[in-house]
Design a protein. Structure first.
Length: 73
């Protein structure tokens, strides 16, 4: 068992341990990863945390995701 503890980034996403994330995610600037990507990441994380995760075990036990949820995505 490892004694290594994950170190979170200041914004709470990702991991600062070496090579745990793509280089452009935490340290190297990339012309391809910009504020629109960060905005999408924030939107998706909020959506998943509020609309999916609270019901995920219920859906897992039922063996399906309700159709209205699928079509509202």
């Amino acid at each position: 068992m490892s004694n290594t503890k994950a170190i979170s980034t200041p914004d709470g996403f990702g991991n600062l341990n070496p090579w745990a994330e793509p280089a452009w995610y935490n340290s190297l600037n990339s012309p391809y990863y910009n504020d629109s990507h960060r905005g999408l990441r924030k939107f998706m994380r909020t959506y998943i945390d509020t609309k999916i995760l609270p019901y995920s075990w219920e859906w897992e036990e039922a063996g399906e995701v309700p159709e209205p949820v699928i079509f509202s995505m």
